[in-house]
Ligand binder design. Structure first.
Ligand code: ATP
Ligand code: MG
Length: 579
């Protein structure tokens, strides 16, 4: 491709809303173009990289035995009503109506559609195992689209679904996908960690997120160097503080604690450690139609952080069905008092208690009365919970839930997630088969997603410097850029054309920068676009020499034309499939 003919506009200015390197660089290099918030178009180079990622995904999916199909993005509401997700999915679901008023959505994911497909097509155990996938545009009306391709409202996803007769079959399919994902992200040049994850709105029992390590990542990961445990902090289990079995419960006492609205203030005032206090968090909950349906009070030890994912899982609702309560309004209904709420004196709300509180003795908690707390609060005697479960967030330095060593935290971008769905969808949507003994059974399912466009952004997050992108060869839009310093110079032009022709003949995807621009502009653009190899044809062209430079290295070398071509072809062929 000749740059002089390419539809390309690079930007000198950093767009205002772009906060992270991948967003800035993809916009500046002209690879993506914003349409409206969270909706992007791809220009030639951006699209080429998307297709390379897709191809890597496709090759590895095919190698694992999955078959590619393509279903429609338009999905009838009836399928979602059957699975129960038409309401449960919430406002992220992009709902549309046809001219007759019939409800549809633009697919955010395709569990229902694939379950529907196989319930009609599969009837016998002989037709399984089966894995079907597609690479297709998905729609999610995200509450906060941001970070460019990382959280957009329209994005490309590879989604795969496995169908097995039993749990062992599902384990096998899940294992195949786990291995395929490992290879895919490696081939894309990503430093990626599989971590245990929450199953969220999709449901099911077991799940891993593949996270590309990055400071800007929205997934927080807790990991243990000693035993290898790695999980999102949403998911990671916490070790309860040891129960204080030896401690005698003291008589409950109400104390005057003026103006001590926070845990720190009350602990300070009463000369207690925050570990001797109970923290209250108050919520209002909504039903599937968005109507208020009650209040919830969650209690954790004063120094702990409430884990919202664990709370919504305990309540059996989705994240959009809960919000912090207006304390005054909630007070009228339940007796809570902002800043002084404790489990004693609360009524008409769901009380969820962290699992370690019942074992701890003589704690301090709000008295549901302005300027007062109780001390010597003990579970069972003074209060109980409707639900008692782990509600804590695993913090850096806390003991590892597997081996007890202190855990560490890091951040990552979730580029893929795999789930064991089990029979969640086959039960609700009635996808059954007949086994060897003529018994009817539900199909056992798994689902496996990769954010193709998010992966592209993650690659840029991990591969850039202050001058621009540094594409790994496997996903680079072009492999080599031949920079013609002076297009008016016949010798230079002839040499550049020769290199361009020979590289293309060798199957190397090559850009020829034959634009009538200053050399400085061309070098800047080449760095910004991040093409792995740059061959500069300048003053030495007459002697048959060019400058050879890799984007990822600082060194430049003078090589003969033939050596430069041979080096480029060798490098590209060695790395084009990914390492
Ligand atoms: P997140 O927690 O980031 O919202 P998710 O867990 O809801 O994502 P999945 O339903 O597991 O996402 O979707 C599969 C993959 O699709 C994700 O691993 C991610 O790579 C990609 N993806 C999900 N939402 C978006 C989005 N809004 N923009 C771009 N890619 C996305
Ligand atoms: Mg996910």
């Amino acid at each position: 491709m000749r740059l002089s003919q390419m539809h390309l506009r690079t930007l000198r200015e950093v767009p205002n809303e772009a906060e992270i390197p991948s967003h800035v660089l993809l916009l500046r290099s002209g690879m993506i173009r914003k349409q409206v918030s969270g909706v992007y178009g791809f220009m030639n180079m951006g699209w080429r990289s998307v297709r390379k990622i897709e191809q890597i995904v496709r090759e590895e999916m095919d190698a694992s035995g999955a078959q590619e199909i393509c279903m429609s993005a338009i999905q009838p509401a009836e399928l979602w009503e059957e699975s129960g997700r038409w309401n449960a999915y919430g406002p992220e679901l992009w709902r549309i109506k046809d001219r007759n008023g019939r409800d549809f959505c633009l697919g955010p994911t395709h569990e229902e559609v694939f379950t529907d497909l196989i319930r009609n097509d599969i009837s016998s155990y002989r037709q399984m195992p089966l894995m079907l996938y597609q690479i297709q545009t998905k729609y999610r009306d995200e509450a906060r689209p941001r970070f460019g391709l990382i959280r957009s409202r329209e994005f490309i996803m590879k989604d795969c679904y496995s169908f097995d007769t039993d749990a062992e079959g599902l384990d096998r399919s899940y294992g195949l996908m786990y291995d395929a994902y490992t290879r895919i992200f490696q081939r894309c040049g990503l430093d990626c960690r599989p971590v245990e994850a929450d199953t969220g709105a999709i449901g099911g029992s077991n799940s891993h997120e593949f996270t590309a390590l990055s400071e800007i990542g929205e997934s927080e990961i807790a990991y243990c160097d000693k035993c290898g445990m790695a999980a999102t902090t949403e998911r990671a289990a916490c070790v309860d503080a040891p129960a204080q079995e030896e401690t005698e419960p003291l008589p409950l006492e109400k104390v005057y604690t003026p103006g001590t609205k926070t845990i720190e203030e009350v602990a300070d005032y009463l000369k207690l450690d925050t570990t001797q206090t109970i923290k209250a968090l108050l919520f209002v909950t909504y039903d599937g139609e968005g109507r208020e349906n009650g209040y919830t009070a969650a209690f954790v030890r004063g120094d702990r952080e409430l884990n919202m994912t664990k709370l919504v899982n305990a309540l059996g609702i989705a994240e959009h069905q809960i919000e912090f309560a207006d304390e005054e309004k909630m007070g009228a209904a339940t007796g809570c008092v902002g800043g002084f709420t404790g489990p004693i004196g609360l009524h008409d709300c769901t009380v969820v208690v962290d699992s370690e509180l019942p074992g701890l003795k003589n704690l301090c908690a709000g008295a549901c009365e302005e300027d007062h707390h109780f001390i010597n609060v003990n579970y069972g005697r003074d209060y109980t919970g409707d639900i008692v479960t782990d509600l804590k967030t695993l913090k850096e330095g806390d003991p590892c839930p597997v081996c007890g060593a202190p855990v560490r935290h890091t951040r990552g971008i979730e580029v893929g997630q795999i789930f064991k769905l089990g029979t969640k969808y086959s039960e609700s949507m009635n996808a059954r088969y007949v086994d060897e003994n003529q018994q009817e059974k539900p199909v056992v399912m798994g689902c496996y997603g990769i954010g193709v466009t998010r992966t592209l952004a993650a690659v840029v997050e991990q591969h850039h410097d202050e001058d621009g992108i540094i594409w790994p060869v496997s996903v680079a839009p072009y492999h080599v850029i031949v920079t013609l310093v002076k297009p008016a110079d016949e010798t230079q032009t002839a040499v550049a054309e020769q290199i361009y022709a020979e590289l293309q003949q060798a199957g190397v995807e090559t850009l020829l920068d034959d634009r009538r621009e200053r050399p400085g502009v061309k070098f800047k653009d080449a760095d910004l676009m991040g093409i792995p190899v740059r061959i500069t044809v300048g003053k030495l062209a007459g002697e048959g020499k060019v400058e050879y430079k890799l984007r990822r290295e600082k060194d430049r070398r003078e090589l003969t034309v033939q050596d430069a071509i041979a080096e480029a072809v060798g490098l590209i062929n060695a790395e084009r499939r990914g390492q």
